[in-house]
Design a protein around this ligand. Sequence first.
Ligand SMILES: Nc1ncnc2c1ncn2[C@@H]1O[C@H](COP(=O)(O)OP(=O)(O)OP(=O)(O)O)[C@@H](O)[C@H]1O
Ligand SMILES: [Mg+2]
Length: 454
Amino acid sequence: MSDEKKTLLIVEDDPGLQKQLKWSFEAYEVIIAGDRNEAITALRRHSPSVVTLDLGLPPDPANASEGLATLKEILTLSPETKVIVVTGNDDRDVAVQAVAMGAYDFYQKPVEMDTLNLIIERAFHLDDLEKENKRLSHKTDEPLDGMIAVSKPMLELARMVEKIAPSDVTTLLLGDSGTGKELLAKALHNLSSRNKEPFVAVNSAAIPENLLESELFGYEKGAFTGAVKQTKGKIEYADKGTFFLDEIGDLPMTLQSKLLRFLQERKIERIGGRSEIDVDIRIVCATHQNLQDLIAEGRFREDLYYRLSEMTINIPPLRKREGDAIVIATAFVKRFSEQQHKKIKGFTKEAAEVIENYQWPGNIRELENKVKRAVIMADGLHITVDDLELNKKNEDSSLPLNLKEVREVAETSAIKRALSYSNNNVSKTAKLLGVTRPTLYTLLNKYDIQVSGI
Ligand SMILES: Nc1ncnc2c1ncn2[C@@H]1O[C@H](COP(=O)(O)OP(=O)(O)OP(=O)(O)O)[C@@H](O)[C@H]1O
Ligand SMILES: [Mg+2]
């Protein structure tokens, strides 16, 4: 706490009393105001936490109306200010009225310094507590619903999301796997006026190319073999709401043109359809890929890129968010420990250090998986380094037996990491590793890696 004196504003029109009060409250930086105008100017200028306000102010000190109006103005401008109203000795009703309007306390003249001083001290104390509480709750807070963060880049990002959300601008989210792209897309939706309407997500990478078109645009009955009934596409389902197109970098060229046309005209045509349908959606898209590279390689349309990136949000990887890892990890411990009916309190000091120093290549998703596993494994009240199973860097520098061994170790670790990134989803894992599913199965067998769920 700083040694600076706290500011106390005294609103009092009696010059004698002004002097006396100023002298009595030397512990504070006292500002004196003689009427409503001066009071408001002082409030704006000094932002005092505590104000004493004489209700009998000019032009008619016998009538409390100017005092009450001043009180109202102070509380409108600065609702947290603690205002102690000072009234004439038989003005109890007015005092009660002032408290009902939001005054912190009242005090009846004649002024007795010790008592008034106690009331003022208590008001400052309460104000300190309130400010501290606010600071702490902010610290553990979620700057966006569901998004835990304390790091500067993420707090700035949260403010940006809050600003962008109410508008309809097409927004491109760029971030590595597990950084929270989908979470932010939902936040953009939830903070917009479309939040009562649908949020529809499509992952371009998860749907085979030949099905993606009908998934996005829908089809009419008989449009192709198997089109037994008219089916709406996801874009149409999102009408009036938000459409989240994930892994936009994987969108095939033919669909890129079709999407571009939609963005220009805001109309879709179902496959095999003859009429155009107006669709009103806000588009958010995301990718972990570098779209500039894809454009250079001729795999992504530049004109589509400009359409999609009216606003671009770069989501930093977890290792660049100072302080976030441990805060998020702690929140996850609480969540999973409740789910598992365990009573885990947190991490040992060593485990917390490991969490802070680890690079988290799979970002929050990896952190989530590691903590979930640790909560299940932990025997004690605190999660230990061993429970976390974060592969410590191979510090063993002895020469490996042979290349075959090096390969096996590297492959095993890559497979395990890919599995953890993709939540044990075999197709995604194979894709991440650049192998086919059958090859992945062969490798899982070879290294005897168990995957839950298959
Ligand atoms: N700041 C955060 N606080 C709390 N949970 C988070 C945060 N960021 C992400 N998460 C959680 O981490 C997981 C991964 O987030 P999300 O799915 O949004 O990431 P993504 O970038 O879309 O990942 P992927 O590339 O794997 O699709 C989700 O369960 C999400 O709720
Ligand atoms: Mg995602």
